[in-house]
Design a protein around this ligand. Structure first.
Ligand code: IPM
Ligand code: MN
Length: 353
Protein backbone atom coordinates (compact mmCIF):
# COMPACT_ATOMS: atom_id res chain seq x y z
CA UNK A 1 0.00 0.00 0.00
CA UNK A 2 1.14 3.58 -0.69
CA UNK A 3 0.92 5.84 2.34
CA UNK A 4 1.15 9.60 1.90
CA UNK A 5 1.92 11.12 5.26
CA UNK A 6 2.44 14.77 6.14
CA UNK A 7 5.14 15.10 8.78
CA UNK A 8 4.85 18.02 11.19
CA UNK A 9 7.69 17.86 13.68
CA UNK A 10 6.94 21.22 15.29
CA UNK A 11 8.78 22.61 18.29
CA UNK A 12 10.82 21.56 21.30
CA UNK A 13 11.28 17.81 21.48
CA UNK A 14 8.88 17.41 18.54
CA UNK A 15 11.59 16.81 15.92
CA UNK A 16 13.42 14.31 18.17
CA UNK A 17 10.41 12.14 18.94
CA UNK A 18 9.08 12.38 15.38
CA UNK A 19 12.41 11.08 14.07
CA UNK A 20 11.96 7.89 16.12
CA UNK A 21 8.37 7.41 14.97
CA UNK A 22 9.58 7.73 11.38
CA UNK A 23 12.26 5.09 11.94
CA UNK A 24 9.69 2.73 13.44
CA UNK A 25 7.13 3.41 10.70
CA UNK A 26 9.74 2.85 7.98
CA UNK A 27 10.70 -0.46 9.59
CA UNK A 28 7.02 -1.47 9.59
CA UNK A 29 6.65 -0.40 5.95
CA UNK A 30 9.64 -2.52 4.99
CA UNK A 31 8.41 -5.56 6.87
CA UNK A 32 4.84 -5.38 5.55
CA UNK A 33 5.67 -4.15 2.05
CA UNK A 34 4.28 -0.65 2.13
CA UNK A 35 5.67 2.49 0.60
CA UNK A 36 5.61 5.59 2.78
CA UNK A 37 5.96 8.99 1.22
CA UNK A 38 6.75 11.49 4.00
CA UNK A 39 6.17 15.17 3.28
CA UNK A 40 7.64 17.42 5.97
CA UNK A 41 6.00 20.78 6.66
CA UNK A 42 6.49 23.69 9.03
CA UNK A 43 4.34 24.40 12.04
CA UNK A 44 4.44 26.14 15.43
CA UNK A 45 7.24 28.42 16.62
CA UNK A 46 9.48 26.91 13.97
CA UNK A 47 7.04 28.17 11.32
CA UNK A 48 6.71 31.59 12.96
CA UNK A 49 10.49 31.95 12.87
CA UNK A 50 10.66 30.88 9.23
CA UNK A 51 7.60 32.54 7.68
CA UNK A 52 5.88 34.55 10.45
CA UNK A 53 2.87 32.21 10.69
CA UNK A 54 2.34 29.14 12.94
CA UNK A 55 0.22 27.22 10.38
CA UNK A 56 1.24 28.48 6.94
CA UNK A 57 -1.00 27.92 3.89
CA UNK A 58 1.63 25.73 2.35
CA UNK A 59 1.51 23.43 5.39
CA UNK A 60 -2.28 23.32 5.15
CA UNK A 61 -2.09 22.29 1.48
CA UNK A 62 0.31 19.48 2.36
CA UNK A 63 -1.89 18.25 5.23
CA UNK A 64 -5.09 18.49 3.21
CA UNK A 65 -3.64 16.38 0.42
CA UNK A 66 -2.10 13.74 2.69
CA UNK A 67 -3.76 10.49 3.81
CA UNK A 68 -2.72 11.23 7.39
CA UNK A 69 -0.72 13.73 9.42
CA UNK A 70 1.87 12.73 11.99
CA UNK A 71 2.50 15.54 14.41
CA UNK A 72 5.13 16.15 17.11
CA UNK A 73 4.50 19.05 19.46
CA UNK A 74 3.94 22.77 19.42
CA UNK A 75 4.94 25.57 21.80
CA UNK A 76 7.90 27.64 22.83
CA UNK A 77 8.59 29.29 26.21
CA UNK A 78 9.47 32.62 24.63
CA UNK A 79 5.76 33.02 23.83
CA UNK A 80 4.41 31.66 27.13
CA UNK A 81 6.08 34.42 29.07
CA UNK A 82 4.90 37.17 26.78
CA UNK A 83 1.12 37.75 27.05
CA UNK A 84 1.36 40.51 24.45
CA UNK A 85 2.78 38.29 21.69
CA UNK A 86 0.68 38.83 18.56
CA UNK A 87 1.20 35.38 17.09
CA UNK A 88 1.65 32.30 19.22
CA UNK A 89 2.54 28.75 18.21
CA UNK A 90 -0.67 27.34 19.78
CA UNK A 91 -2.75 29.42 17.36
CA UNK A 92 -1.25 27.27 14.64
CA UNK A 93 -2.52 24.12 16.32
CA UNK A 94 -6.02 25.53 16.74
CA UNK A 95 -6.07 26.82 13.17
CA UNK A 96 -4.92 23.45 11.91
CA UNK A 97 -7.64 21.63 13.88
CA UNK A 98 -10.29 23.99 12.57
CA UNK A 99 -9.16 24.10 8.93
CA UNK A 100 -8.70 20.34 8.70
CA UNK A 101 -12.03 19.83 10.50
CA UNK A 102 -10.49 17.59 13.17
CA UNK A 103 -13.55 17.51 15.39
CA UNK A 104 -12.99 14.29 17.34
CA UNK A 105 -9.90 13.89 19.48
CA UNK A 106 -9.43 10.30 20.61
CA UNK A 107 -7.29 9.97 23.75
CA UNK A 108 -6.94 6.49 25.15
CA UNK A 109 -5.68 5.86 28.67
CA UNK A 110 -4.33 2.46 29.57
CA UNK A 111 -1.75 0.97 31.87
CA UNK A 112 1.33 -1.05 30.99
CA UNK A 113 1.72 -3.99 33.40
CA UNK A 114 5.47 -3.40 33.69
CA UNK A 115 4.95 0.28 34.57
CA UNK A 116 2.07 0.11 37.02
CA UNK A 117 4.30 1.21 39.88
CA UNK A 118 5.39 4.31 37.95
CA UNK A 119 1.98 5.80 38.52
CA UNK A 120 1.60 7.89 41.67
CA UNK A 121 -1.78 6.18 42.08
CA UNK A 122 -2.16 2.93 43.97
CA UNK A 123 -1.77 -0.24 41.94
CA UNK A 124 -5.10 -1.73 43.01
CA UNK A 125 -6.96 1.36 41.80
CA UNK A 126 -5.48 1.54 38.34
CA UNK A 127 -4.71 -2.03 37.37
CA UNK A 128 -6.59 -2.94 34.20
CA UNK A 129 -7.61 0.62 33.33
CA UNK A 130 -8.56 0.89 29.69
CA UNK A 131 -10.63 3.91 28.83
CA UNK A 132 -10.94 6.34 25.92
CA UNK A 133 -11.81 9.98 25.91
CA UNK A 134 -13.47 11.46 22.88
CA UNK A 135 -12.85 15.15 23.20
CA UNK A 136 -14.68 17.58 20.92
CA UNK A 137 -11.90 19.58 19.31
CA UNK A 138 -13.18 22.35 17.06
CA UNK A 139 -15.87 24.06 19.12
CA UNK A 140 -16.70 25.37 22.56
CA UNK A 141 -14.84 28.01 24.49
CA UNK A 142 -11.69 27.52 22.40
CA UNK A 143 -13.38 28.86 19.31
CA UNK A 144 -16.19 31.13 20.55
CA UNK A 145 -16.02 34.89 20.27
CA UNK A 146 -13.40 36.29 22.61
CA UNK A 147 -12.20 39.74 23.46
CA UNK A 148 -11.90 42.64 25.84
CA UNK A 149 -14.26 45.41 26.85
CA UNK A 150 -13.95 48.59 28.89
CA UNK A 151 -10.47 49.45 27.82
CA UNK A 152 -9.27 45.92 28.46
CA UNK A 153 -10.54 45.59 32.03
CA UNK A 154 -13.15 42.99 31.12
CA UNK A 155 -12.34 39.87 29.14
CA UNK A 156 -14.66 37.22 27.74
CA UNK A 157 -14.51 33.85 25.98
CA UNK A 158 -17.84 32.55 24.73
CA UNK A 159 -18.66 28.87 24.79
CA UNK A 160 -20.87 27.93 21.84
CA UNK A 161 -22.07 24.53 20.60
CA UNK A 162 -24.54 23.53 17.94
CA UNK A 163 -26.66 20.39 18.03
CA UNK A 164 -24.90 19.24 14.85
CA UNK A 165 -21.48 19.52 16.49
CA UNK A 166 -22.60 17.52 19.50
CA UNK A 167 -24.31 14.91 17.34
CA UNK A 168 -21.28 14.15 15.18
CA UNK A 169 -19.02 13.76 18.21
CA UNK A 170 -21.54 11.69 20.16
CA UNK A 171 -22.06 9.45 17.12
CA UNK A 172 -18.35 8.60 17.19
CA UNK A 173 -18.69 7.92 20.92
CA UNK A 174 -21.63 5.53 20.49
CA UNK A 175 -19.85 3.77 17.63
CA UNK A 176 -16.69 3.37 19.65
CA UNK A 177 -18.64 2.11 22.66
CA UNK A 178 -20.25 -0.54 20.42
CA UNK A 179 -16.79 -1.93 19.61
CA UNK A 180 -15.81 -2.01 23.30
CA UNK A 181 -17.79 -2.68 26.47
CA UNK A 182 -20.89 -0.73 25.32
CA UNK A 183 -20.57 1.79 28.11
CA UNK A 184 -20.63 5.51 27.36
CA UNK A 185 -20.28 8.41 29.80
CA UNK A 186 -21.37 11.88 28.76
CA UNK A 187 -19.34 14.37 30.79
CA UNK A 188 -20.90 17.79 31.20
CA UNK A 189 -21.87 20.53 33.61
CA UNK A 190 -25.56 20.49 32.86
CA UNK A 191 -26.43 21.78 36.31
CA UNK A 192 -24.91 25.14 35.34
CA UNK A 193 -24.15 25.50 31.63
CA UNK A 194 -26.63 25.89 28.79
CA UNK A 195 -24.19 24.30 26.32
CA UNK A 196 -24.01 21.29 28.62
CA UNK A 197 -27.79 21.04 28.65
CA UNK A 198 -27.72 20.95 24.86
CA UNK A 199 -25.09 18.20 25.02
CA UNK A 200 -27.14 16.12 27.41
CA UNK A 201 -30.39 16.60 25.52
CA UNK A 202 -28.71 15.67 22.23
CA UNK A 203 -27.05 12.54 23.58
CA UNK A 204 -30.26 11.47 25.33
CA UNK A 205 -32.11 11.72 22.03
CA UNK A 206 -29.51 9.48 20.37
CA UNK A 207 -29.78 6.70 22.96
CA UNK A 208 -32.66 5.02 21.13
CA UNK A 209 -30.44 4.48 18.07
CA UNK A 210 -27.97 2.49 20.17
CA UNK A 211 -30.17 0.43 22.49
CA UNK A 212 -27.27 -1.79 23.53
CA UNK A 213 -25.16 1.07 24.83
CA UNK A 214 -25.53 1.92 28.49
CA UNK A 215 -25.19 5.70 28.83
CA UNK A 216 -24.39 7.58 32.01
CA UNK A 217 -24.40 11.34 32.50
CA UNK A 218 -21.94 12.77 34.97
CA UNK A 219 -20.83 16.24 35.94
CA UNK A 220 -17.29 17.12 35.03
CA UNK A 221 -16.24 17.93 38.59
CA UNK A 222 -17.38 14.53 39.80
CA UNK A 223 -15.64 12.82 36.88
CA UNK A 224 -12.40 14.63 37.75
CA UNK A 225 -12.59 12.97 41.15
CA UNK A 226 -13.81 9.53 40.14
CA UNK A 227 -11.31 9.29 37.30
CA UNK A 228 -8.41 8.89 39.72
CA UNK A 229 -10.45 7.01 42.32
CA UNK A 230 -12.15 4.41 40.13
CA UNK A 231 -10.71 4.69 36.62
CA UNK A 232 -11.89 1.15 36.00
CA UNK A 233 -15.49 2.22 36.13
CA UNK A 234 -15.11 4.12 32.84
CA UNK A 235 -14.84 2.95 29.26
CA UNK A 236 -15.74 5.55 26.60
CA UNK A 237 -16.20 9.15 27.73
CA UNK A 238 -17.42 11.94 25.49
CA UNK A 239 -17.00 15.57 26.38
CA UNK A 240 -16.62 19.11 25.14
CA UNK A 241 -13.33 20.77 24.25
CA UNK A 242 -12.11 22.38 27.49
CA UNK A 243 -13.35 19.64 29.83
CA UNK A 244 -11.61 17.13 27.58
CA UNK A 245 -8.38 19.10 27.60
CA UNK A 246 -8.25 19.10 31.39
CA UNK A 247 -9.48 15.56 32.04
CA UNK A 248 -7.11 13.95 29.54
CA UNK A 249 -4.09 15.50 31.24
CA UNK A 250 -5.43 14.18 34.51
CA UNK A 251 -6.00 10.75 33.00
CA UNK A 252 -2.41 10.54 31.78
CA UNK A 253 -1.33 10.26 35.41
CA UNK A 254 -2.97 6.84 35.53
CA UNK A 255 -0.59 5.44 32.94
CA UNK A 256 2.37 6.72 34.94
CA UNK A 257 3.89 8.90 32.27
CA UNK A 258 2.68 11.52 29.84
CA UNK A 259 5.46 10.28 27.61
CA UNK A 260 3.39 7.22 26.76
CA UNK A 261 -0.01 8.42 25.70
CA UNK A 262 -0.87 8.73 22.01
CA UNK A 263 -3.86 10.43 20.40
CA UNK A 264 -5.75 10.70 17.15
CA UNK A 265 -7.74 13.64 15.88
CA UNK A 266 -10.28 12.58 13.34
CA UNK A 267 -11.77 14.74 10.66
CA UNK A 268 -14.19 14.12 7.86
CA UNK A 269 -11.31 13.42 5.48
CA UNK A 270 -7.82 13.53 6.93
CA UNK A 271 -6.83 12.52 10.46
CA UNK A 272 -3.92 13.64 12.59
CA UNK A 273 -1.89 11.61 15.08
CA UNK A 274 0.13 13.11 17.91
CA UNK A 275 1.44 12.42 21.42
CA UNK A 276 -0.59 14.12 24.13
CA UNK A 277 2.51 15.58 25.76
CA UNK A 278 3.73 19.03 24.79
CA UNK A 279 6.98 20.37 23.43
CA UNK A 280 8.88 19.87 26.74
CA UNK A 281 11.29 22.78 26.13
CA UNK A 282 13.62 21.87 29.02
CA UNK A 283 14.55 18.63 27.27
CA UNK A 284 14.97 20.03 23.78
CA UNK A 285 18.11 18.88 22.01
CA UNK A 286 19.22 16.67 24.90
CA UNK A 287 18.19 13.38 23.31
CA UNK A 288 16.35 12.35 26.49
CA UNK A 289 12.68 12.71 25.55
CA UNK A 290 10.51 9.62 25.62
CA UNK A 291 9.52 8.83 22.01
CA UNK A 292 6.94 6.15 22.87
CA UNK A 293 3.83 8.36 22.82
CA UNK A 294 4.71 9.42 19.28
CA UNK A 295 5.59 5.87 18.25
CA UNK A 296 2.22 4.69 19.65
CA UNK A 297 0.54 7.54 17.78
CA UNK A 298 2.05 6.09 14.61
CA UNK A 299 0.49 2.74 15.60
CA UNK A 300 -2.90 4.46 15.85
CA UNK A 301 -2.23 5.99 12.44
CA UNK A 302 -1.62 2.63 10.78
CA UNK A 303 -4.81 1.27 12.30
CA UNK A 304 -7.20 4.19 12.06
CA UNK A 305 -6.10 6.03 8.94
CA UNK A 306 -5.13 3.00 6.87
CA UNK A 307 -6.99 0.10 8.47
CA UNK A 308 -3.67 -1.74 8.94
CA UNK A 309 -4.36 -3.54 12.22
CA UNK A 310 -1.49 -5.99 12.09
CA UNK A 311 1.01 -3.19 11.51
CA UNK A 312 -0.36 -1.21 14.44
CA UNK A 313 -0.22 -4.27 16.66
CA UNK A 314 3.37 -4.97 15.63
CA UNK A 315 4.31 -1.50 16.90
CA UNK A 316 2.48 -2.05 20.18
CA UNK A 317 4.19 -5.40 20.60
CA UNK A 318 7.66 -4.00 20.11
CA UNK A 319 6.91 -1.12 22.48
CA UNK A 320 5.78 -3.60 25.13
CA UNK A 321 8.95 -5.57 24.57
CA UNK A 322 11.12 -2.47 25.02
CA UNK A 323 9.30 -1.65 28.26
CA UNK A 324 9.64 -5.20 29.55
CA UNK A 325 13.36 -5.24 28.75
CA UNK A 326 13.98 -1.80 30.21
CA UNK A 327 14.98 -0.15 26.94
CA UNK A 328 13.53 3.15 28.09
CA UNK A 329 14.39 6.83 28.45
CA UNK A 330 15.26 8.42 31.78
CA UNK A 331 11.67 9.27 32.73
CA UNK A 332 10.98 5.55 33.07
CA UNK A 333 14.42 4.16 33.88
CA UNK A 334 14.40 4.67 37.65
CA UNK A 335 17.74 3.45 38.97
CA UNK A 336 18.44 1.38 35.87
CA UNK A 337 20.29 2.46 32.75
CA UNK A 338 18.53 5.21 30.81
CA UNK A 339 18.61 4.99 27.03
CA UNK A 340 18.75 8.02 24.75
CA UNK A 341 15.77 8.98 22.59
CA UNK A 342 17.58 7.86 19.44
CA UNK A 343 18.71 4.58 21.05
CA UNK A 344 15.13 3.68 21.91
CA UNK A 345 14.09 4.48 18.32
CA UNK A 346 16.91 2.38 16.86
CA UNK A 347 16.12 -0.53 19.16
CA UNK A 348 12.45 -0.49 18.21
CA UNK A 349 13.21 -0.33 14.49
CA UNK A 350 15.75 -3.15 14.71
CA UNK A 351 13.40 -5.34 16.68
CA UNK A 352 10.69 -4.88 14.11
CA UNK A 353 13.02 -5.90 11.33
C1 IPM B 1 -3.71 19.81 23.91
C2 IPM B 1 -2.98 21.09 24.23
C3 IPM B 1 -3.58 22.21 23.39
C4 IPM B 1 -5.04 22.34 23.78
C5 IPM B 1 -2.87 23.56 23.52
C6 IPM B 1 -1.39 23.45 23.21
C7 IPM B 1 -3.52 24.62 22.66
O1 IPM B 1 -3.01 21.37 25.58
O2 IPM B 1 -3.64 19.36 22.75
O3 IPM B 1 -4.33 19.25 24.81
O4 IPM B 1 -5.37 23.02 24.77
O5 IPM B 1 -5.88 21.77 23.10
MN1 MN C 1 -4.03 19.86 26.77
Amino acid sequence: MKLNIALLAGDGIGPEVIEQAVKVSNAIAKKFNHEINWTPALTGAAAIDAVGEPYPDETHEICKNADAVLFGAIGHPKYDNDPSAKVRPEQGLLKMRKKLGLFANVRPTFTFPSLIDNSPLKRERIEGTDLVFLRELTGGIYFGEKGRRQGGDIAFDNCVYSRAEVTRLAKKGFELAMTRSKKLCCVDKANVLETSRLWRETVQAMEKDYPEVEVSYEFVDAVAMRLVQWPNSYDVLITENLFGDILTDEASVISGSMGLMPSASMGAKVSLFEPIHGSYPQATGKNIANPLATVLSAAMMFETAFGLQEEGQAIRDVVNKSLAQGVVTEDLAGNEKAYKTTEVGDWLAQNIA
